[in-house]
Every structure is written in C-alpha cells, then in structure tokens.
Design a protein around this ligand. Sequence first.
Ligand code: HEC
Ligand code: HEC
Length: 351
Amino acid sequence: MNKRPFFSNFLFIVSAALSGIAVANEFEETTFEAGHPSLQKWLLGEMPQPEDNQLTPERVELGKKLFFDPRLSGDKNMSCATCHSPMFGWSDGLPKARGNKGVQLGRASPTVVNTGYNDIQMWDGRKPTLEEQAIGPMRAHDEMNMNLEELFQFLNGNVEYSSLFKKAYPDLPIGEEALGKAIASFERTVVSKDSPFDRWVKGDKTAMTKAQVNGFKVFMNPEKGNCSVCHSAPNFTDNGFHNLGLAAFGKENPDLGRFSERPLKLMKGAFKTPTMRDASLTAPYFHDGSAKTLTEVIEHYQSGGIVKTNISPNFKAAMLSDEEVNDLVDFMLALTTPPENFVLPQLPLEN
Ligand code: HEC
Ligand code: HEC
C-alpha cells in the first residue's frame, strides 16, 4: 500500500482544521473600521516581478500588442483578448470558453486581473508562472492552434515587431522565451487594487456603505459566510484548490481539476480559488460557468454543496439571512476597481 496519499490527506485535514481556527482568530482580531491596522493586510502591494523579467515600458508595450494580436493564432482570428477581454473584466462572459473554430472548451476563461499576484496559474494549477502559461494557448489545437515556427518567422520578418523585441529584450532572439516574457509583462499591468474596499481599508470612511461593511463582516465571520478561509488576504485567494461540490462533479467522467496534477483523493474535483476582485465584471462564475450571478454563487454556498463526495473540509453551508446575502453581494461589488478608459494597442502593420 502506498502510504503517501494517506499521509498527505491526513496533513491536509489537520491543516484545514488549523486554518479554521486561524480564521476564527482572524475574525475576532479584525476591527471593521475604515483604516484600522488590522485591515491593512488586505491591501495589495507592488506587483511582484521576476528577477529575469523586470517590468519596463518597452516590455509592456510589446506584450500588449501581442496580447491583442489575432495573428498569433492559426486562423488569424483569435487573440488572447478574445477570451480575456477588457470588456468582460478580462474574461469572456461565457460559461465555458470558445476556442478554435468555435469549439467549446471544458472550462471557463478566468480573468487575468491580478494573476501576476498569484503564485500558481490555471484552474488546476498546472502552470507556475505567467511566462510559462503564455505559450500554452497559442500551441493548443483547440485554442489558438498556432504553429510557433511560423509565428516566429512572422515576428522576425515584421519591421515593427522585430524592432520592438530588440528594444524590449536586446539579449534574446525572437522565440518562446521573449514572447512569454513580453506577454507576462503586459499581464502584470492588469491590476485591480483601487476599489471602494481598498479605499475604505486605507481610511476613507465613505468609500463603502454600511451594507458593504456588514457584507465584509459576513464574509469574514466563520459562523456566517466563512469565505475568507479560502478567499484570503490580500488577493482574495489562498492559491489553493478546493472541491465545492458543484453539480458537475456528480456527472459521469467529471472534470477532476487539480487531481490531474496532484493525484491525491482530496484534489479530485478541486479547482483553484479565484480572486474575488473585479468579480462583478466576470459573470458567469465557477470553472464550469454554472452560476450566472453573484447571488447564485452565494446560493451555492448556502446549499452546502450539491455533490457531497470529496467536498473540501473547509467548506460548510453558509448560514445567512436574506439581508446578509444582499450585504455580501454588495460587498463583492465594492471589490471592483472602476475601470479606466482602456486604450487598445495599435497593431503593427503587415509590412
Ligand atoms: C479560447 C479562449 C482562450 C484564449 C484564446 C486564451 N485563453 Fe487564457 N485561458 C482560457 C481558459 C479556458 C483558461 C483556464 C484553463 C484551465 O484552467 O484549464 C485560461 C487561463 C489563462 C490564465 C490563467 C489565469 C488564472 O487565474 O489561473 C492566464 C494567465 C491566461 N489564460 C492568459 C492567456 C494568454 C496570455 C493568452 C494568449 C497567448 C490566452 N490566455 C489565450 C481561455 C483562453
Ligand atoms: C473551501 C474554500 C472556499 C470557501 C469557504 C469559499 N470559496 Fe468561493 N471559491 C472557492 C473555489 C475553489 C472557487 C472555484 C470553484 C470552482 O470553480 O470549481 C470559488 C469561486 C468563487 C466565486 C466565483 C469566482 C469566479 O471568478 O468564478 C465567487 C464569487 C466566490 N467563490 C465567492 C465566495 C463567497 C462569497 C464565499 C463565502 C460565502 C466563498 N466564496 C467561500 C473556494 C472557496
């Protein structure tokens, strides 16, 4: 018998129990007053930057063009922004993404807002960095379906792109590394950290309504929403994976989520905790798009889960009055940074 999975599960349950206690303490130690020191951990700091890919204006400019350029796809009709569009909170408004030739993919497009703050990417965590993530969708047959050799030929031969690459990455050839780094640099500028909630945390009493402050209490209270056990400070994610008992897990051959990367029983049907920042802009919700609105998301948490097998030990039914549900939704709206006018990039000419 292989003992490791058992031992890991055991550790997981112990750590889940401990994080339950931690959340109870966290709640008791929080003072829900604008600007209070106990709230400051919710503020996002500077965007982390990898040693070998520091942000420069040249890198961001190049990455932005690449992110919006449909010539990065085989049929020249799909860019990263097709599924991660600023018009839909950097997602696509669809329950599940539509890829090459309109084929429906297995999962919803997550937002790229604040992904630079997270230390693991994708619903199942299969990519550690934005740099590594960026190449995947171009190559994937069902997504952008691009032949990378052809792409590098195009980029090398294109007067504007080749000069932009030279300015951004003078020491790198136009290849996978430079491409991934440029796109990641742009993604690190897609940030939400100036929401009414952030301003309230910084001390602006008027930034959140009474209902929103109450919603935040419900969110943190282990006896009520118990949300912060997973949606933790500062980016409203623990960068962890949980099975929430969605209906889809009860179907035949369900999406096993994190289990395909980490074959531990507890990871069966577990998906990454997404950020809640800007969630008001990214409906529908969950990895399968099964909740149409934020209220439907909360209804799921109130149900205690539809499929109970393998549900996360941190998940318990939220006990909320109608008013508390409304306040919690109001609080989630306070996590949206008012979008600035976004200027689309001018794409390089064909030559
Ligand atoms: C056809 C739609 C589609 C296209 C095109 C697409 N993506 Fe995605 N993206 C997705 C889906 C779906 C996921 C989640 C997949 C999964 O977890 O299995 C995802 C995940 C991601 C993530 C991880 C976010 C997180 O929170 O884990 C990033 C970052 C990302 N995409 C960036 C890009 C970039 C950069 C491009 C262009 C090179 C791109 N995407 C093209 C649909 C798309
Ligand atoms: C056990 C950990 C856990 C708890 C507790 C929890 N969440 Fe989540 N949350 C997740 C995970 C994991 C997902 C993604 C699940 C999936 O798609 O399969 C998610 C998804 C969401 C989403 C959808 C985001 C999106 O972009 O699709 C929202 C909104 C949300 N949670 C809000 C809440 C609220 C409000 C509470 C408290 C009532 C809460 N969560 C409690 C782990 C948790």
